[in-house]
Design a protein around this ligand. Structure first.
Ligand SMILES: Nc1ncnc2c1ncn2[C@@H]1O[C@H](COP(=O)(O)OP(=O)(O)OP(=O)(O)O)[C@@H](O)[C@H]1O
Ligand SMILES: [Mg+2]
Length: 230
């Protein structure tokens, strides 16, 4: 498969009283189209920082991210907005659904960000709700859904704009393990159907075991993870 996204010599420091905290140091990463990669690492090792940089939500202090061979330029607001709206989908630990919008409307938010919502988009959103077992919840507000159901909406929403890559940050970390495993099945089924690359930060070895490659963030660098148990 062709190379989709590449990070070269990433470095990220945050200013902290009296100095800098070095989070990423000379960090390299590549992912091919349709590939799934898991990332694990201790709390505070920089996993969320890395995903934010890969997704263009934050800029590295050094190094660069290349998408299909072209560097992402955070100063170029137009191209970054296009990348964030069409190139990449995000799933966070907490769903961030808009409370006053129904499940269906929440799915259509990324589409709305791009322009008019048409009947095809609506059909696609309804299909996703069907796939995620929420067909009869389309008109429900997030407050009327369980935590697992809310997160299912968030998973489906990440795929709405047909992104080339989905970045998932501990997406099921706050759910019951069994529900998390079922949602993991759903996430991997969706990415298979959509042909989307996936980077998933997870502590769940079973979930990580479904990825094509397992990486660990260690001392600011990504290294292959040995002895993955699944
Ligand atoms: N905006 C910020 N300003 C200052 N320091 C930050 C900022 N964001 C993150 N950090 C620091 O960078 C380090 C990495 O944070 P990050 O959130 O990426 O870790 P993580 O691996 O995702 O941890 P967790 O597993 O707990 O989610 C931490 O030491 C954190 O305190
Ligand atoms: Mg994190």
């Amino acid at each position: 498969m062709p190379l989709l996204l590449e990070a070269r010599n990433l470095e990220k420091n945050f200013p902290r009283a009296g100095g800098l905290v070095e989070v990423l140091r000379d960090c390299q990463f590549t992912i091919d189209e349709r590939e799934a990669v898991s990332v694990t690492g201790p709390s505070g090792s920089g996993k969320s920082t890395l995903l934010n940089i890969l997704g263009g939500l934050d800029s590295p202090t050094g190094g660069q991210v290349l998408y299909q061979g072209q560097p992402l330029d955070l100063d170029d607001h137009g191209s970054m907005a296009r990348w964030r709206s069409a190139g990449v989908g995000f799933i966070f630990q907490f769903h961030y659904l808009l409370p006053d919008f129904t499940a269906l409307e929440n799915l259509l938010i990324p589409v709305r960000g791009r322009g008019q919502v048409n009947s095809k988009d609506r059909e696609r959103a309804l299909n996703f709700l069907e796939m995620t077992g929420l067909a009869d919840r389309a008109g429900h507000l997030p407050g009327e859904l369980s935590g697992g159901e809310q997160q299912r909406v968030a998973v489906a929403r990440a795929f709405m704009n047909r992104p080339r890559i989905v970045l998932a940050d501990e997406p099921f970390g706050n759910l019951d393990r069994e529900i998390g495993t079922r949602l993991g099945d759903m996430l991997f089924a969706l990415r298979e159907q959509e042909g989307t690359a996936l980077v998933i930060v997870t502590h769940d070895a079973r979930l990580a075991g479904r990825a094509d490659r397992n990486l660990q963030l260690e001392n600011g660098r990504l290294v292959p993870m040995e002895n993955m148990s699944s």
